[in-house]
Write a protein that binds this ligand. Structure first.
Ligand code: AOF
Ligand code: ZN
Length: 394
């Protein structure tokens, strides 16, 4: 199961909007002895085949029999006809004798029915092996399939006294103020890589002029056949694999104040979405449109966009996981409206003082906020500390 989880984890950015799933098939040699891996694989959304089918095909390609084999799968084998046939049926047809499953599929179309199918066919089923790790891998998928809204992660880089940035008067405009060191900042790139979309507000765009691109440089080693750039349109260097869905960069900009010279606009490649209010200036919307930038109107109230409406719009675009990289105002609004599912707080050693900008308007000290988190983890990145936790108990 460890190996199956590793295969699944390597498909970050390649499985969404489906879950990340890995599968290992083992067979005891006819002469006895330790079981051997006869096939393995992970699900890649564009290849359609679910992890079990990839593993079964690998065994078949090697001419190895699957009769009597054991399957280790990180997610309950599916029982439904979606883009593919049911994996439970395929495992049964392949003669698999035992199926070890990390966690049940949260998809209501499957949930428990895949396991029932296997058991009805006489397959020995074990459920719950390394369950927490398998669940963590697909927390966004589980959230989306049950609530039909994106799983929202709030990321913030803070000073040791819990502030987001120095007071405006002491900052250089148009330039981000780095609090955390390179290791923590690389971790943020990985968070972007693992997300379908990243969101910020116009205040941060005007203050920091961020790019919000995925610069993780992560390659996905499970995908053995790198798509032929000539056929797929991906401009991939050999051995490096681009994300299959580009990270969608989203800006909340009620009045369309975003400068046409901002880094976000200059670097846009069909991956920038600007959400504005109904009363935003039409001429600016037209100017953005002529640069190929998508602008969408969102209902607003007293000059602020409706955040639930923002999440609905993103859900309609199949955004399962949303990373918030916002300023104090939006952090506070998302938290006060109970729209955040997970927090990732980096703390640097520097102190910014009482006049500095608070972590989230109306929320108070992040240290007190941490006390409301569930399943808290603490990690060090160089000199910086990182605290992660969930806002709701699953
Ligand atoms: C599995 N193994 O590797 C995955 C599963 O539209 P489809 O046919 O791709 O089905 C997607 C659903 O199948 C998805 O919502 C989830 O319930 C399940 N994903 N199941 O047995 C896999 N990726
Ligand atoms: Zn399946």
């Amino acid at each position: 199961m460890q190996r199956a989880l590793k295969l699944a984890a390597e498909t970050i950015g390649l499985a969404s909007p489906n879950p990340q799933v890995g599968c290992i098939l083992t067979q005891t040699p006819p002469s006895g002895g330790a079981p051997k891996v006869i096939g393995e694989g992970a699900h890649l959304y564009t290849d359609r085949d679910h992890a079990e089918i990839v593993a079964l095909k690998k065994a078949a390609q090697r001419g190895l029999s699957t009769s009597g084999a054991t399957a280790y799968v990180t997610l309950e084998p599916c029982s439904h006809h979606g883009r593919t046939g049911p994996c439970a049926d395929a495992l049964i047809a392949a003669g698999v004798r035992r199926c070890v499953v990390a966690t049940q599929d949260p998809n209501p179309r499957v949930s428990g029915q895949g396991l029932a199918k296997l058991r009805a066919a006489g397959i020995e089923v074990t459920l719950g092996v390394l369950q927490d790790r398998a669940r963590d891998l697909n927390d966004a998928f589980a959230h989306f399939i049950q609530h039909h809204t994106p799983f929202v992660t709030l990321k913030a880089a803070l000073s040791v006294d819990g502030k987001l940035a120095p007071p405006p008067a002491s900052r250089f405009p148009n330039r981000p103020h780095w609090l955390t060191g390179p290791a923590a900042r690389y971790e943020v790139q990985l968070l972007r890589h693992a997300s379908d979309a990243v969101l910020t507000g116009i205040g941060t765009v005007l203050a920091d002029n961020p790019q919000l691109t995925d610069r993780s440089g992560v390659q996905n080693p499970t995908r053995s056949e790198v798509p032929d750039p000539a056929q797929s349109g991906h401009a991939a260097a050999p051995g490096s694999l681009p994300r299959l869905r580009p990270l969608l960069r989203v800006v909340l900009d009620t009045q369309l104040r975003i400068p046409l010279t901002s880094q976000l606009i200059r670097s846009a490649k069909n991956d920038l979405l600007i959400l504005c209010g109904e009363l935003a200036p039409t001429a600016k919307a037209v100017a953005l449109g002529s640069l190929g930038i998508e602008v969408e109107h969102i209902p607003s109230h007293t000059g602020r966009l409706s955040l639930p409406a923002v999440l609905t719009t993103l859900a309609e675009r199949d955004i399962l996981s949303l990373l918030l990289e916002c300023g104090s105002h939006l952090n506070g609004a998302f938290l006060q409206q109970n729209l955040v599912d997970k927090a990732v707080l980096f703390y640097a050693e520097a102190e910014l003082g009482d006049q500095a900008i608070p972590f989230a308007q109306g929320i108070g000290s992040p240290y007190l906020f941490e006390e409301s988190l569930h399943r808290v983890t603490r990690t060090a990145y160089g000199q910086d500390a990182c605290v992660t936790g969930y806002l709701h108990d699953p």
